[in-house]
Structures are given as C-alpha cells and as structure tokens.
Design a protein around this ligand. Structure first.
Ligand SMILES: *Cc1c(COP(=O)(O)O)cnc(C)c1O
Length: 392
C-alpha cells in the first residue's frame, strides 16, 4: 500500500535564503526582482553540470532563464537529475533541434484571429494577455514568443482581444494565458475580468497560471479580491512533480479555493520528471490534498530543443492505466496530445473495451479481469459499429 502522505513532510521556508527577512521573502515583487537569470546567480547555491553551464550561455537567444528564489529552493543542489532542475535550468541539449520539432508546435499562429486571441474551437478562445512569466519552463510551448528572447515582438492588445470576444456571440468560454496572466497588476487583471464579465455571452473564464507554483507569494488578499469580485472564474495551475507541492502552494491553493475559484491542474509528461507511475500517483494525491483536480496530462509538444524532455506517448497511456481504478477517480487526469498544425487536444486512453459481439460488450476492468455487459434490448441493435450510432 502507498503510505499516507504527511503534510508535515512538505517543503516550507526560505531554504538557501534563510538570511533574508520574512517581509522580503513573502513579497512577490522581491521574489521577481531576485530571480535567477544568469549562471553566476547560482554561485554558492547550486552546483551546475557542464551541460547546464553551456545551457546558460545559449538560453538568451531561445528562452530567457528566470527562476524565483522560492522555486530555486526546490532544486536538489547536488543532484544533476533533480526533476525540478530539469524544468527550469537551461541545458545545452536545448540547442539540438530535431527535424520533427517546430517553433509553433500546435499551430497557434494559424488560428490567431487578432494578436493574442487563438480561436480554434467553436465556443471558446485562448486569450494570451502577456508574454512574461514568473519563471520560465524550459519546454515552453510558446518559447517562440514568451520572454521575447527570439525577438518575436508579441504585443497583445487587450482592447482588440476584448472587442473580438464581444463581437463573437458563439464564444462562451475564455481561457486567459500567456505568459502568465497573474503577472498583471491587480488593477489590470480586475479591469480584464470585469470587461469579460460585462460580455453577456461569456459564461466561463479560466486563468491558466503557473504563478501559484513559481510564486505563491503573488496570491495576496488583493489578488483574491480581484478574482472574487467577478463571476465564475476558474483556474488551471501547472504542477509536474510532487516536490513542487510545498506548504506555501498548499496554502495558496486553499486560499484560492476558499475564494470560490475551482482549481484544476495541467501537467506535462516529462522525461526524468514525472514519467513514472509512482511519482505521478504521489503528485495527483498531493493535488487532491490541495483541492486541485488533475485535469490534463499533456504529451510534451514538439517544441524546438525539447527532445531530451520528451517521452514516448505509450508511457503516458500506461501511467493512466496504472492510476484508473487504482486510486480516486477525481485524481486521474485525461492524457492528451495537442496535435500539430492546430488539430487541438486529442485524448489518448487505455483500452477497456475488448470487443463487441452482438449485444454483448466484452470489457476489461482495472485489474485486467474480463466482464460482459449485455445491452439487452438497447436501442442500437448493431453495437458492433460505433460509426453507425447516431446521436439525435
Ligand atoms: C487548450 C485550448 C483550449 C481549451 O480547451 P479545453 O479542452 O476546453 O480545456 C481552447 N483553445 C485553445 C486554442 C487551446 O489550446
């Protein structure tokens, strides 16, 4: 049996920055101003491999380096394979670009209707509101624009985006992302959320943010007020490894939940980070403890320079199979591939339907045991062919 997770074992505190005052440490502006941007910022804190040192030298032209002191504390200073380190410390391996990789791996440019608004699905849009983040994930899908290291020159126009959403009555769902929307000031965020709330056809707004994970200090009372004062705001956070679940993140999530913000998590399946069923199980259990519902597990997009972090998608399916039925259903995310060229998110699932014979479904349960479900006098006589089943 998996041992019970003990909240007391979760990381907490100032770590390498133990001499810093609490007021600085707990101030999100201080955390941002003191980010690790260059190799020498880690002198005397974390030892780097030669690949990482070379990575720092080339990162400026690809994707800036930025690590908050808070998040840097979660890195094991002596373990070059540390799963936290792999996510945020640049590596020379990012310079090997394979021919299958793309600058725009999921084809967002094609669906960008105005700068920052990606309209791919009929009833919802992705609204990129900034190109900055609190810290930079080395496998960022939007490496081309985020941090502007590649001179992409992304200048989202909130007004143009709002105008587009307002004039398209089919849009009922707006996903705010970037960059990280929670880097906007409380005032700007409040203005944005308020403007969306005034559009009567928008009934659902979610914020995609890794700020609770990189910078839990940002979850201030002022921010909670700004979020709370607008109807129906949801949030998707991004946690990949159980070590990212600290007491600070726990408290931030509980505050958000208490403010009425339903929380989901989106993880990316990454080599040496979470491509292991025990790690994933521990992660999703910790997420539930934080009132966060695991939403998606993404196959890593074909981003330029990400091959050292990508895993065979079959591993993802196997991991889901190891979870489904073996633990709380709420804890099991949907594994998806965001298809290249704008295909959108495509779910990949373990197969539990062995075959169909006449009215009988031959099923396998989570333990691999066989069961037959007899549809009896169900309406669709020819169950064999799913294509022939029409919904009315
Ligand atoms: C992921 C995404 C969405 C939201 O998809 P859901 O499955 O509803 O979470 C919307 N638009 C774009 C372009 C996306 O990539």
């Amino acid at each position: 049996m998996q041992p019970t997770d003990d909240l007391n074992s979760w990381f907490e505190g100032k770590g390498f920055w133990s001499n810093e005052s609490n007021s600085n440490w707990n101030n999100w502006g201080w955390q941002l101003r003191n980010r690790i941007n260059k190799q020498s910022d880690l002198d005397g804190i974390i030892s780097l491999s030669t690949n990482e040192i070379a990575g720092f030298a080339t990162a400026q032209n690809r994707l800036s380096v930025g690590i908050t002191p808070y998040f840097a504390n979660l890195i094991d200073p002596n373990d070059f394979n540390c799963p936290i380190r792999r996510q945020v410390i640049p590596n020379i391996e990012e310079s090997s670009v394979s021919p299958i990789e793309r600058k725009d791996p999921v084809g967002e440019e094609h669906d960008m209707v105005v700068p920052g608004v990606v309209h791919r699905y009929p009833d919802r849009v992705l609204f990129l509101v900034t190109d900055r983040c609190a810290a930079y994930c080395r496998y960022c899908t939007r490496s081309r624009m985020v941090s502007n290291a590649q001179d992409y020159g992304f200048h989202p126009s909130l007004e143009e985006g709002l105008k587009y959403i307002k004039s398209n009555t089919s849009i009922r769902d707006v996903l705010l992302s970037g960059g990280d929307p929670l880097l906007l000031s409380d005032r700007k965020l409040s203005y944005l959320l308020g403007s969306l709330a005034e559009i009567s056809h928008v009934e659902f707004v979610r914020i995609g943010s890794r700020i609770p994970v990189f910078l839990p200090q940002r979850i201030t009372d002022g921010l909670l007020d700004a979020l709370q004062s607008h109807h129906n705001i949801w949030m998707s956070i991004h946690v990949n490894h159980p070590n990212e679940c600290t007491k600070e993140l726990y408290n931030a999530c509980h505050k958000l939940a208490k403010s009425g913000i339903p929380l989901g998590n989106q993880s990316v399946l990454l080599k040496g980070v979470n491509d292991n069923h025990k790690v994933m199980k521990s992660l999703i259990h910790r997420l539930l403890m934080m009132k966060v519902r695991p939403y998606y597990l993404y196959q890593c997009d074909l981003i330029e320079g990400s091959s050292h972090l990508r895993v065979d998608p079959m591993i993802g399916i196997k991991i889901i199979e190891s979870l489904r039925g073996h633990t709380t259903g709420y804890a099991v995310p949907q594994f998806v591939i965001d298809a290249p060229e704008g295909g959108g998110k495509i779910p990949l699932n373990p197969n539990y339907l062995d075959r169909v014979e006449g009215n009988k479904l031959f099923l396998k349960n989570f333990e691999g045991k066989s069961f037959i479900y007899d549809t009896g006098t169900c309406d669709s006589p020819n169950m064999k062919d799913l294509k022939s089943v029409n919904l009315t």
